[in-house]
Design a protein around this ligand. Structure first.
Ligand code: AP5
Ligand code: MG
Length: 224
């Protein structure tokens, strides 16, 4: 299946994408992770990458033309053929129609769009406590999902990192950007009868069970 996960910062998109990938073998494509990987390749001559880091650190969106170009290139990789979980794209109207164009050119479509809703007040604690593995991308939280050994990834032993944009100040901007630029794309998916809204405020496992239930219902509907 090709799944799109939508939701505000900290809604749990990455957490759920990791679980879906593990269970079903669909490839998780996070545009945020993709950009952070690119930023990690920064060299003095790559001034455009430096600009990209500054935009992300401020919590603003990368320009559509650049984002579309990067995603188009990424989607060429064979790993996405068996199904994908798109996390963080689209975030603007332009990205919505560019994604549709990209998929239809490959004779593909989205099978499900899951919107994870979350109380903005609960998000700050999630964001400030988030840690992630730069090597295998496993996600943690200092209190709700701590690693067995402090600061070290359970899966590959790499030192965990905190994202540069995970500060209270940047989160306020990211939430505002979500409300102003991304929330307006939701009616498009509601109209297409593709969208399932799931509360992301319950435990990770409860949210995962709800997503699985929604995906089973979609598969069943397709068969009838
Ligand atoms: P991106 O990396 O996509 O960040 P985001 O949208 O702000 O979302 P987050 O990754 O913060 O939240 P999440 O929903 O994945 O939450 P998670 O599962 O980790 O984008 C970063 C930046 O890149 C953007 O600001 C922009 O600059 C740029 N960018 C990316 N895509 C772009 C695009 N298409 N166009 C333009 N620019 C783009 O969970 C968070 C924490 O909560 C974790 O610690 C987790 O353990 C915990 N948690 C998760 N679920 C639960 C639960 N149910 N209960 C308790 N704790 C939970
Ligand atoms: Mg994420």
């Amino acid at each position: 299946m090709n799944i799109l996960l939508l939701g505000a910062p900290g809604a749990g998109k990455g957490t759920q994408a990791e679980l879906l990938q593990k269970k079903h073998g669909w490839t998780w494509l996070s545009t945020g992770d993709m950009l952070r990987r690119l930023a990690g390749q920064m060299t003095p001559e790559k001034a455009h990458i430096e600009r990209l880091c500054a935009i992300m650190a401020e919590g603003r969106l990368i320009p559509d033309y650049l984002m579309v170009m990067l995603l188009e290139e990424e989607l060429q990789r064979p790993c996405y053929e068996k199904g994908f979980i798109l996390d963080g794209f689209p975030r603007t109207d332009t990205q919505v129609w560019q994604l549709e164009k990209m998929l239809s050119e490959k004779d593909k479509k989205l099978d499900a769009v899951i919107l994870l809703t979350v109380d903005e007040k609960a998000v700050l604690a999630r964001i400030e406590g988030r840690r992630s593995c730069p090597k295998c991308r496993a996600g943690y939280h200092l209190t709700t999902q701590p690693p067995k050994k402090k600061g070290v990834c359970d899966k590959c032993g790499t030192a965990l990192m905190q994202r540069e944009d995970d500060t209270a100040k940047t989160l306020t901007r990211r939430l505002e950007v979500f409300r102003i630029q991304t929330a307006p794309i939701l009616p498009h998916y509601k109209r297409g009868d593709l969208l399932t809204e799931i509360s992301g405020t319950r435990s990770v496992q409860q949210v995962f069970a709800e997503i699985e239930k929604a995906l089973r219902a979609i598969k069943k509907k397709r068969k009838t």
